[in-house]
Design a protein around this ligand. Structure first.
Ligand code: BES
Ligand code: ZN
Length: 844
């Protein structure tokens, strides 16, 4: 792929007049992009991809041009420099790639229908209209849209429509904005609308395949999020409307187009009466994330893609800040602790990981930047550290100044640190750059050395890691008042341990609240002290202990065998996140066993022992008025009891299935996946399989679809595994956007793994062709590496992926994932006997 030069340096657009004609029937786009701007030289470039350019005119005169498809540009020779208006007439195919302008398919009352929508981030606006498609090239846009319109269709764009003339829809001029945030859509849509306190129109739009009440939840969250941000940022929402649109085909999760945010259906519409609390929280955080971007990202945009983290890390933190304010009872920061935090800790521990801030040049590299565990999770953790250091008042003051200084413009990371530094009087950049620019994170060792409480930091690795001598400025959050706020050195001595322990009156702990991006390794004295006072710990503390021990065990600084005897101490916790952390550790013990072996049976017994009391306490029916924690802990412990092959649980799930066999969608959404999995594994048949698959194809309820997917991919039957795979390339049944989930679930199933792995190797070119441009394409490799744990699979993985090392955008992923499997295989080899012996002892 060709290197990109920044074409904005040569030609700086100020205004676009866009005319776009979309023909669904012939799958063709045509139009004219008329760009007024400042030409710094007479040889300029404008981005285009896959277009046929009919003419380029300057002041109505044809000018010479050549297209360069490798560089994704049209080269234009201008008659003069300075202010020019360039009109480019073009046509292009309308493709099913989920990039640029593309159709989304769905069925309504048996009829096949489509919605046209757009996805322009990162570099796909150039597939829709010729443009200087770089984030810094902000301009205003007038959009005129024509299409083969049917009566009753709805047309949406960033701005409101001002008039329709001869079948052309004209939209109001936008504010100054980047090309990747332009959006429009049309089709047979329904909507729910409301208005914020400040007068912004808010709407949720979806196909009519959904029930009207499925739009309510997102509408309420969207309205209140905008109200929250207007207050938090002290900066008004600058557009007249904020539309949220669910598209049936969507490659990412959601996209923050200014004024017209697009979502996968699963992340916007939901049945208010039967959706798990976890899923509601997820939808709320996705909506809040995209709406955070309306300021951070849309109003102020990163100057270049290397500062993408500015957008994503920030929105990822704000989604929690906002939802925590809107729904305090959800304790949504707890979800951060069980999703983003372990994600970042795992990924960031493998040598070769990218730092949050990365230099990038070509489009494939830009897409590979969107590493959810780094740019999103680690980046958000970084900003959580900043928030904890500054406090909300100074953070808000800094942000207000940042928006005021850069609104309708662009900024870099340094600009943000400067604004926050100004507001707080702290050198924020100095602390944060050690996190932003360096890959990895430290383990802080806390130990009593010669009677002195001593802390030291070194980089933490899972698998082989080259110690590059990295050091971090670590916000320690120690609970002894003698602990410094920031640890700047490799080693510090806090003083005489006995005296400190006495005067502080509690066990010594670091990273209280688990908001800093490091793990702690306590020596035996300190750890025993903490465990002896376990009842003084809150749920985040307990989760942190389990999480850090698990990381240390994966990094071979502690043995899983040493953790096993501690597990029962956490098993009766009523906290969802403690249970999540507990069963994450337990889940990690599974890697030491092979299917259908005595070791596996023992591990199943351990699961049974850990979950028995909780299963008895919570049961299979939700109770009126129960706590959120009980609601969310139930599926965790029931899942554990199913793994334990608990006969009562299997029978209870089967009873629930039978009682609802003709109305499976009404089964409690929180438990439904377990019930369907149980039915398929214990009582599966071809008839059941067909029933699930037909229901999957028919329903428009994304959460029900996921339950069915889990049920189907749980089959033990080789013929049914084959039937499942036969649907992988049939978009009428399994949409390409959902394929990752199908592949992963089948790979996790011991009876499906071989077939899934054979499929991906055989069908790699089809996969690349179908979803290769997708920002999450590399996830297929990551998920594979998540599952593999034997030397044989490692060898197969290498044999298949090593020849692909030079594929743009996949290089790092293949290198990282090879290491991930290698270190897992080595860990298992070294510890298997010891760990399984510890499990055997624990169940005696
Ligand atoms: N801007 C991204 C979506 C995006 C990323 C589009 C990369 C194209 C390339 C959006 O704001 C986002 O972060 N979406 C997330 C969901 C979010 C709630 C974490 C996604 O799509 O995974
Ligand atoms: Zn985002």
């Amino acid at each position: 792929m060709a290197e990109i030069t920044r074409i904005y340096q040569k030609f700086q657009p100020s205004h676009y007049n866009l005319f776009i004609d979309v023909e669904r029937d012939t799958k063709k786009i045509s139009g004219t992009s008329t760009i007024t701007g400042d030409a710094k030289t007479t040889d300029i470039q404008v981005n285009q991809k896959g277009m046929t350019i009919a003419s380029v005119k300057v002041d109505s005169q044809d000018v010479p041009f050549t297209t360069d498809d490798a560089a994704e540009v049209v080269n234009i020779t201008l008659p003069k420099t300075g202010e020019v208006t360039v009109a480019i007439e073009y046509s292009a195919p309308l493709t099913d790639s989920m990039m640029g302008i593309y159709p989304s398919y769905y069925e309504l009352n048996g009829e096949k229908k489509q919605i046209i929508g757009t996805q322009f981030e990162t570099t796909f606006a150039r597939q829709a209209f010729p443009s200087v498609d770089e984030p810094e090239a902000k301009a205003t846009f007038d959009l005129a849209l024509k299409f083969d319109e049917q009566p009753g269709e709805t047309v949406l764009a960033n701005m409101p429509e001002v008039r329709t003339e001869n079948g052309v829809h004209y939209f109001d001029t936008t504010v100054r904005m980047s090309t990747y945030l332009i959006a429009f859509a049309f089709g047979d849509l329904q909507s729910k609308q409301t208005t914020t306190e400040s007068g912004v129109k808010v709407g949720v739009f979806a196909t009519k395949a959904h029930k009207a009440n499925e739009l309510n939840f997102a509408l309420d969250i969207a309205k209140r999020s905008i109200e929250f941000y207007e207050d938090f940022y002290q900066t008004p929402y600058p557009l007249p409307h904020s539309w949220q649109l669910a598209l049936p085909d969507f490659s990412a999760g959601a996209m923050e187009n200014w004024g017209l945010v697009t979502y996968r259906e699963a992340y916007l519409v939901l049945d208010p009466n039967n959706t798990s609390l976890r899923m509601k929280q997820l939808v709320a955080t996705v909506v809040a994330h995209e709406l955070a971007h309306q300021w951070f990202g849309d109003l102020v945009t990163m100057k270049w893609w290397d500062d993408l983290w500015l957008n994503e890390s920030f929105a990822n933190m704000m989604e929690y800040v906002a939802v925590d304010a809107l729904e305090p009872d959800w304790h949504v920061w707890e979800m951060f602790q069980t999703s983003d935090v372990p994600g970042a800790l795992n990924r960031d521990a493998t040598d070769g990981v990218q730092p949050v801030h990365v230099q990038v040049n070509n489009p494939a590299e830009i897409d590979s930047l969107f590493d959810p565990d780094i740019v999103y999770a680690k980046g958000a953790r970084m900003l959580v550290m900043v928030r904890a250091l500054l406090g909300d008042d100074k953070l808000r003051a800094g942000l207000k100044a940042y928006f005021a200084a850069h609104h309708y413009g662009n900024a870099t990371g340094a600009d943000l640190w400067a604004a926050l530094g100004e507001a707080s009087g702290m050198d924020v950049g100095a602390v944060m750059n050690s996190w932003l620019e360096q890959p990895g994170y430290p383990v802080v060792n806390a130990a009593v050395v010669d009677g002195k409480l001593t802390l030291s930091q070194k980089q933490f690795f899972v698998g082989d890691g080259k110690d590059a001598g990295r050091e971090w400025q670590i916000p320690l959050n120690g609970n002894f008042k003698e602990t410094p706020t920031i640890m700047k050195d490799k080693q510090i001595v806090l003083g005489d341990y006995d005296a400190l322990r006495q005067s502080n009156g509690k066990p010594f702990r670091l990273n209280v609240g688990n908001n800093s991006h490091f793990i702690v390794e306590y020596d035996d004295t300190l750890m025993q002290d903490i465990l002896a006072h376990k009842d003084e710990l809150d749920s985040i503390d307990e989760l942190q202990l389990l999480q850090d021990m698990r990381m240390l065990a994966d990094g071979r600084q502690l043995s899983y065998a040493a953790i096993v005897p501690l597990l029962t101490q956490f098993a009766d916790s009523k906290s969802t996140i403690v249970n999540t952390a507990l069963y994450t550790v337990a889940g990690n013990l599974r890697k030491f066993t092979l299917p259908d072996t005595p070791e596996e049976t023992q591990l199943r017994q351990l699961y049974g022992k850990l979950s028995a009391k909780q299963v008895a306490r919570l049961g299979w029916e939700a109770k009126d008025g129960e706590s959120n924690d009980d609601q969310m802990t139930r599926p965790i412990v029931l899942g554990a009891s199913m793994f334990a092959k608990n006969a009562d649980s299997i029978a209870a799930a089967h009873d629930l299935y039978q009682a609802n066999a003709d109305k499976l969608e009404t089964l409690n959404a929180t438990l439904r996946p377990y019930i369907l999995i149980n039915e398929m594994r214990e009582f599966g048949s071809e008839e059941l399989f067909n029933k699930f698959l037909t229901a999957y194809q028919k329903t428009s309820d994304a959460s029900y679809k996921t339950s069915l997917l889990e049920g189907i991919t749980a089959t033990k039957d080789a013929a049914l595994v084959k039937k499942t795979i036969a649907q992988f390339e049939n978009a009428d049944v399994i949409k390409p956007q959902d394929l990752r989930g199908w592949y992963y679930e089948l790979l996790l199933n011991k009876d499906g793994q071989q077939a899934a792995w054979d499929w991906i190797r055989d069908e790699w070119s089809w996969l690349e062709k179908t979803v290769g441009g997708d920002m999450e394409f590399a996830t297929f490799i990551t998920r594979t590496a998540d599952v593999f744990k034997t030397p044989e699979r490692l060898a197969e993985f290498k044999a298949f992926f090593e020849p692909k090392l030079n594929t743009p955008g996949l290089t790092r992923e293949i290198q990282m994932d090879t290491k991930v499997i290698e270190s897992r295989v080595a860990l298992i080899e070294a510890e298997q006997a010891k760990v399984n012996a510890a499990v055997a002892k624990a169940v005696k």
